[in-house]
Design a protein around this ligand. Structure first.
Ligand code: ZN
Length: 123
């Protein structure tokens, strides 16, 4: 098996980081989305009528601080780099942002490198 060029390792790592970033979105939002759906179904079953709730899915609203709900600028939202740049603190309220985010991104980036090491560019 040929060893992939250095640029391939870098690109695959960056793709892994982005996948990890998306995983963080799913990890934090999916439970909320399920709870909201179950609540909606329960209210329908009990004939309580609809309650207005702002749209909430994997894409909307955009990333925001979990504490002060200030939207996160794109340059502070880059996988791994954003968290390191802000040293794990919100740019607006300075409260800490969970280390879960960079850890999941790094794990996904490293796993992508493992896949590249095991299978190469052309499996
Ligand atoms: Zn904040």
């Amino acid at each position: 098996m040929h060893h992939p060029p250095l640029i391939a390792w870098l690109i695959i790592f960056l793709i892994g980081l982005c996948l990890g970033s998306f995983l963080n979105v799913v990890i934090t939002r999916l439970p909320v989305m399920l709870m909201r759906r179950w609540r909606h179904e329960a209210r329908a079953a009990l004939e309580l009528g609809d309650e207005h709730a702002p749209r909430f899915n994997l894409a909307t609203p955009g990333s925001m601080c979990p504490r002060c709900e200030t939207p996160i600028a794109w340059h502070d939202n880059l996988p791994l780099i954003g968290w390191i740049k802000r040293r794990g603190h919100c740019a607006a309220c300075q409260k800490t942002i969970s280390i879960q985010y960079p850890l999941v991104e790094m794990a996904a980036g490293l796993l992508a490198l493992v896949v590249l090491a095991l299978h190469g560019l052309y499996p």
